[in-house]
Design a protein around this ligand. Structure first.
Ligand code: F6R
Length: 369
């Protein structure tokens, strides 16, 4: 049952530290090696890969978008991310050395299943990242990596998203290892930092009361925008999707760098803009760019809701509302910055008197087109 929570979605948000720990369990050795023995692809198969496609729908598509940044960075293999509904009806360039990663929580999504069949017909190897044991998508794939996130009941995907990102990262790190890419300090450190993420997610969960309060003050807005860069961009897309599907409020995610190419025109006095800010350490150029985007939207009247790393003083003057998350490497930050956006959407929907677990017009598993 709901374990004392009002909604399955809240329960599943709270389960995220455990879910991510379960995705990692048994897959990281003490020496920082990634152990994916259960994936039925030989090391030679993995060495032969010269192109990766990640194919999925909805939230699972957003997980793929996040993973692309990490996979290309670690493996140097070109990686494209595509919606299954598009991929299945076009003529993608695939062959034996293409690895197609299909991501599906349910393992039954029709478009994703058809995309995987389309890929296999062209001899590509298909690896499924899936949360549901024995479902159709892993059964039809060449290989499978289960996320082990436990059943997800709420229609809106939460813990599935975090565990999908985690599983994709394991695949990326494993590929890099198998292919003998010399593990730079950065990548070795990532393994240790991945193991620290469940605690960091748990910490984020303890600080969500102000987010709930903010959400309750925004029940009557017409539109909310979400902006981010790099991995923060798909996080913005995911935040917008959660709000649309649960609260029925118009929401859109943008790459912050695109603002000037159109979206900034919709910003009016008081328009809420959620800004996902990268770490100020390391890639500080990225951070500074987002900070200037925040200044730009604020100058046009936006009410800024800023998700930033603890101790980021540079964003403070421009944040009408500041939500702090623990420090994490840029590539791992989505495991933290997504959480307030989930809580936010859930609370706006609940405050509007809506059924959080079963939004109108949506089904948990989309087995038709
Ligand atoms: C959004 C949501 C959907 C699913 C999508 C794919 O909260 O749940 O967008 O992510 O329908 O579903 P799976 O992952 O089961 O293939």
């Amino acid at each position: 049952e709901k374990g004392g929570y009002d909604w399955f979605m809240l329960k599943e948000i709270a389960e995220q530290p455990q879910a991510v720990a379960d995705t990692l369990r048994g897959r990281l050795s003490e020496a920082g090696e990634i152990i994916l023995d259960e994936v039925r692809l030989t090391d030679q198969d993995l060495r032969d890969v010269d192109k990766i496609f990640i194919v999925s729908c909805g939230t699972s598509y957003h997980a793929g978008l996040v993973a692309k940044y990490a996979i290309e960075h670690w493996t140097r293999i070109p990686c494209e991310v595509e919606l299954a509904s598009e991929f299945r009806y076009r003529d993608p360039v695939l062959d034996r050395s293409t690895l197609v990663v299909v991501i599906s929580q349910s393992g039954e999504t029709m478009d994703t299943l058809m995309a995987l069949r389309h890929a296999r017909e062209q001899k590509a190897r298909v690896l499924a990242i899936c949360n549901t044991n024995g479902s159709t998508i892993p059964r039809e794939s060449d290989a499978v990596l289960y996320t082990h996130g436990g059943p997800e009941i709420a229609v809106a995907s939460t813990k599935a998203f975090l565990t999908q990102i985690t599983a994709c990262y394991l695949v990326g790190l494993h590929l890099a290892q198998v292919r003998g890419i010399k593990f730079a300090d950065e990548v070795g450190a990532i393994v240790a930092q991945l193991q620290a993420m469940p605690d960091a997610i748990a910490k984020v969960l303890t600080t969500m009361e102000p987010v709930r309060e903010l959400a309750r003050s925004l029940v009557d807005v017409n539109t909310i925008l979400f902006i981010g860069r790099h991995v923060g961009y798909p996080v913005a897309l995911e935040g917008a999707l959660k709000l649309k599907e649960l609260a029925y409020i118009h929401a859109e995610g943008f790459a912050a760098g695109e603002l000037k190419h159109g979206p900034i025109a919709v910003i009016d006095e008081g328009t809420p803009v959620v800004c996902v800010v990268p770490s100020s350490k390391g890639r500080s150029l990225l951070h500074d760019k987002v900070v200037s985007n925040i200044q730009e939207v604020r100058a046009r009247g936006a009410r800024t809701i800023v998700i930033a790393e603890e101790g980021d003083e540079a964003v403070r003057p421009y944040a009408d509302h500041l939500v702090e998350v623990p420090a994490a490497p840029t590539l791992l930050a989505p495991l933290l910055t997504t959480v307030p956006l989930q809580v936010f959407a859930c609370e706006v929907a609940a405050a509007r008197g809506l059924d959080v677990d079963q939004p109108r017009n949506l089904a948990k598993s989309v087995t038709v087109e």
